[in-house]
Design a protein around this ligand. Structure first.
Ligand code: F6P
Length: 551
């Protein structure tokens, strides 16, 4: 493993004082001008500040940008050495320098004939085996221990081995080609596995134990519980071979767990957990969509990859999106980014993005080991509209924080009902419009007067009804959420995260921060299970352990 510095640019972009100063000046000017006025001044604004690729339209005109500010943001990307960084990523250089690894998830989206020699044999062989298993399970040729076909898949994994597959299987329900039912178990909370097992039939259930490392506590505990449950009901250890598969780098551990080698589908250390749904970790997605559907999903991401590699920065969706994020974090002072999907099928997309974005860019050390001197990743959160309108939009409209929003919406529903899609689309547009234009005191007063409200009441209530507006948002639109579009959408956010990491000069592919909690939980678990105590513990932890032991 090498820990050598792997930098794309000699000086971090955010240390370029004159550029940073210019961007701060743009921020003052543009927030002062007001978003709605930027539209009034430029009838072509939508055309100038929107871009398309891979079936996605990105309207970023409702952000505080003009040609000069955008040019300076692009300059930030150039100063950061973004072009070299993109090249290094796709070329399979060890961009994950703290672990001495490539981050070659983009290769997994390539068509068979395009795979680079370094990984071609491994990927092709795995694809062949995976798709063969998918076909056997979907067709019913893969039989359980009593000869019945498999009808339920339980994916046991956590983090990247759960969030992506879970989200994609749910998002693409209309494209499922078989009749399999999917359950996802991730939490070490025993309620999670118990709930799943309660509705499973051992004769017809296949468990996929998905873990890159095969050392993750949650996954191993849940897999063991599932195995015990299964063996008890099947009455035989040998039946495990028909009902357990695994996806992992760690083949020694999968065989120690008792999974037959034919049912182990490899992945590789050059695929990060949160970038792994394109690999065998996406087995449940392949089982849901079939080989053709899964290849479509990969193809959507591939198309976005090609766009990212070749489009000029000024028309490059991930680059623009990333720069907007940098603009909001480093120049506007925003601490969070909301993603609101006006597509029920994307209900799990924000949770998936949380790991992708926050585990990648939640870093405070530059690539060269020095602490960063600027803010990095924002808190990503969100939900599904219109539901969110009735929960947290109040804060977006009248709260004191500026929260940039990504709205995501489709033109056509996967499952149309009357004209409800127009209602949905209209609500999405209305929210971004309301955030931008707000409502001033005079308007509120006029409206109340027109309704015959007396002036004393107007005086009391009107200030509460004022909405400041001038709040930024970006809207991503596609025709219908298909496997292809979902692939492109995910790749867009992956590359956005990468571009931001380059500008912030951090490594987005490691996650050392999660290790300490894992280590400490191991120590506390030993104490809890032994019913003992440790005088070196802090008083709070000790008190909480005591409460567990005496309850
Ligand atoms: O939470 C840390 C993490 O390592 C994630 O990066 C990863 O996706 C998850 O745990 C699961 O890891 P594994 O697939 O090795 O079980």
């Amino acid at each position: 493993m090498t820990t050598a510095s792997f930098e794309f640019s000699a000086t971090p972009a955010l240390m370029n004082a004159s550029l940073v100063q210019r961007l701060h000046a743009h921020r003052e000017r543009l927030f002062g001008a007001g978003l709605i006025n930027l539209f009034r001044q430029d009838s072509q604004r939508f055309g100038r500040f929107s871009a398309r690729a891979a079936g996605l339209l990105m309207d970023y005109s409702k952000n505080h940008l003009d040609a000069n500010a955008l040019a300076d943001l692009m300059e930030l990307a150039r100063v950061a050495g973004l072009a070299d960084a993109i090249q290094a990523l796709f070329d399979g250089q060890p961009v994950n320098h703290t672990e001495g690894r490539m981050a070659l998830h983009t290769a997994l989206r390539l068509r068979d004939e395009e795979l680079p020699p370094a990984v071609a044999d491994a990927v092709l062989d795995t694809r062949r085996r995976l798709f063969a298993a998918v076909a056997r399970i979907q067709s019913g040729e893969w039989k359980g221990y009593t000869g019945k076909r498999i009808d339920t898949i339980v994916n046991i994994g956590v983090g990247g081995s759960d969030l992506g597959p879970n989200m994609a299987v749910d998002a693409l329900q209309s494209f499922h080609t078989g009749s399999l039912r999917f359950l996802f178990v991730s939490n070490v909370d025993p309620s999670h596995i118990s709930r799943a097992l309660r509705v499973c039939d051992p004769e017809t259930t296949l468990f996929i134990v998905a873990s890159k490392t095969f050392t993750t506590l949650e996954t191993l505990a849940n897999a063991q519980a599932a195995r015990d449950w299964f063996v008890q009901r099947a009455g035989s250890e040998s039946a495990v071979a028909l009902h357990f598969a695994a996806v992992s780098v760690n083949v020694t551990a999968t065989s120690r767990f008792g999974i037959t080698p034919e049912n182990v589908f490899p992945m590789w250390d050059w695929v990060g957990g949160r970038y792994s749904l394109w690999s065998s970790i996406g087995m449940s997605i392949a089982l849901a969509l079939g080989e053709d559907g899964f290849r479509e999903f990969l193809d959507g991401a591939r198309e976005l990859d090609q766009h990212f590699r070749t489009a000029p920065f000024e028309q490059n969706l991930p680059v623009i999106m990333a720069l907007l994020g940098v603009w909001h974090v480093n120049f506007v002072g925003c601490q969070s980014q909301a993603v609101i999907c006006y597509d029920q099928n994307l209900a799990q997309f924000p949770a998936y993005l949380q790991q992708l974005d926050m585990e990648s860019n939640g870093k405070g050390v530059q690539r060269n080991g020095q602490p960063v001197e600027w803010k990095t990743g924002a808190v990503l959160w969100g939900g599904v509209g219109t539901n969110t309108q009735h929960s947290f939009h109040q804060l977006l409209h009248q709260g004191t924080l500026i929260v940039p929003v990504d709205f995501i919406v489709g033109v056509r529903s996967q499952t149309p009902v009357a004209e409800q899609q127009a209602d949905l689309y209209a609500n999405c547009l209305a929210q971004s419009q309301a955030l931008m234009q707000g409502r001033c005191l005079a308007e509120v007063q006029q409206e109340m007067q027109a309704k015959g409200v007396d002036s004393a009441q107007i005086g009391r209530v009107a200030p509460h009804r004022v909405i400041a507006g001038n709040k930024p948002s970006t809207t991503l639109v596609y025709e219908t959420l298909t496997p292809r579009i979902l692939g492109a959408l995910i790749a867009l956010y992956e590359h956005k995260v990468f571009v931001q990491s380059v500008i912030w000069n951090i490594n987005p592919f490691d996650q050392w921060g999660v290790e300490l909690g894992k280590q400490l939980s191991g120590e506390i678990t030993s104490i809890l299970k032994a019913g003992s105590t440790d005088p070196r513990l802090d008083g709070s932890t000790q008190g909480l352990i005591d409460f567990f032991n005496v309850s």
